[in-house]
Write a protein that binds this ligand. Structure first.
Ligand code: PLP
Length: 420
């Protein structure tokens, strides 16, 4: 079978494919495996009950059932949902948005594919543009999404060591350069894989840079505020005309609903809508129907703040305690300050093996993690041998306590052996 260049690009062995395959295999297999790899959200009983009640309401109401299952929506999304969401943003946060500022996509992964390829690649003038990630490491799922070659540029962060065992990455503005070839800036906040939350000052500065150069700031809010609320600091949601805010229903506990939300200037929303029609005809409407009354009552924000945030915060604290007990004194390690998202980013300074090798050793021992190397895509050649890239791993801490503890114990055994 001969594949086109597009075909080759999308069938190569990518980090995200490996990660999702590991996730599928581990979730299906009734084995003694600690699945600390993928980004599956936790199953939160109190939240699941809400979805169940909504589904029961829908099943009882023939009109709602019809809307839920039997219709293609327009390619922008359900008008009632766009309106409800715009009202929520306007009344709660004072954003000057209407339905023309919002488009729905089939998951936010799909939104990023569209946005990256709208703003990077080859332009009519023959010029090439790229997406700038001002702070590597960044989300592995972006890495293979650009249709053009060399469409991503990432910058090495400043590293600040905090009180033991924590450290934190910051954008290195001194070395951040935007040129005519920069099509957009992109950050996830909270960041997957690190749990970093870029400070308000960092976001303001990035937004200013984008405004001055008339490019969009793509802000990935898969974990943040106002929903799903896997964010352990009191931070106001951020949006302005320069920002393309991308939200998702997945980490509300609805990854199967495949619903992403783009909030942006009307011409960007129109571009996403056109691309939606070509690629998907319409989006999955189920998540939108499920959520609509919760938006109207402002309940979604409440669920995020009072159910989801504390649930993850407890899991995070449990994981940090386990690590302190299991790792202490056995080998050197730092943890990125875990301010949000469902991951811990652990740095093993001077680790004698690469994290890909560590991944294989751990997999053989029944623990799945994600090697840190994957998250440093798009970096300049001079950073190729930056040792830090080979010394970090990502763990999903949103797993049952026994599985997490078993996984951490096995990680400690294997890492200890590596250092010896
Ligand atoms: N962005 C980030 C930072 C993520 O971690 C994920 C998924 O884990 C996505 C986007 C895509 O999520 P979805 O397509 O389920 O909305």
């Amino acid at each position: 079978m001969e594949l086109s260049l597009f075909g080759q690009r999308f069938t190569q062995k990518s980090g995200i494919l490996e990660l999702m395959e590991d996730l599928g295999t581990a979730l299906d297999a009734p084995r003694d495996i600690a699945m600390l790899g993928g980004g599956n959200p936790a199953s939160i009983p109190a939240v699941n009950r809400i979805w169940k009640e909504r589904l029961e309401e829908i099943l009882k109401d023939d009109n709602e059932l019809e809307v839920f299952l039997t219709q293609y929506d327009g390619p922008q999304g359900k008008l009632s949902f766009l309106q409800g969401l715009a009202n929520f943003f306007k009344t709660r946060f004072g954003w000057d948005v209407g339905p023309e500022n919002i488009a729905v996509t089939n998951g936010s992964q799909n939104a990023f594919f569209l946005l990256f390829n709208l703003f990077a690649g080859e332009f009519a003038s023959g010029r090439k543009k790229s997406i700038l990630f001002p702070l590597a490491p960044e989300y592995i799922g972006y890495a293979d999404q650009a249709l053009g070659h060399d469409s991503f540029r990432s910058c090495r962060p400043k590293i600040e060591i905090l009180s033991n065992p924590y450290f934190k990455y910051f954008v290195d503005f001194e070395h951040l350069s935007l040129g005519a070839e920069t099509g957009a800036i992109c950050v996830s906040r909270p960041t997957n894989p690190t749990g970093n939350v870029l400070t308000k000052e960092e976001i303001d500065r990035l937004s200013d840079l984008c405004q001055k150069t008339a490019i969009p700031l793509l802000l990935d809010n898969a974990y943040g505020t106002p929903f799903p609320g896997i964010l352990f600091e009191d931070i106001e949601p951020f949006w302005n005309e320069t920002t393309v805010l991308v939200l998702s229903l997945s980490k509300l506990g609805l990854p199967a609903a495949r619903t992403g939300i783009v909030v942006a200037r009307p011409e960007i929303v129109a571009a996403v809508t056109s691309a939606n029609a070509i690629l998907n005809l319409a989006n999955s409407g189920m998540g939108q129907t499920l959520l609509l009354p919760l938006l109207k009552q402002g309940a979604l924000y409440q669920i995020s703040q009072t159910l989801i945030r504390p649930f993850y915060q407890n899991l995070r604290d449990f994981a940090l305690n386990c690590i302190a007990q299991i790792f202490a004194g056995r080998f050197p390690y730092h943890i990125h300050q875990p301010q949000g998202a469902l991951f811990l980013w652990i740095w093993f300074p001077e680790l004698p093996v690469s994290t890909r090798e560590l991944y294989e050793l751990l997999k053989a021992r029944g623990v799945i993690i994600v090697p840190g190397e994957y998250f440093f895509f798009g970096m300049p050649a001079e950073d190729e041998h930056w040792k830090h890239r080979q010394e970090c791993v990502r763990l999903n801490y949103a797993r049952p306590a026994t599985e997490l503890t078993m996984g951490l114990q096995r990680i400690a055994e294997v890492v200890e052996r590596c250092y010896r």
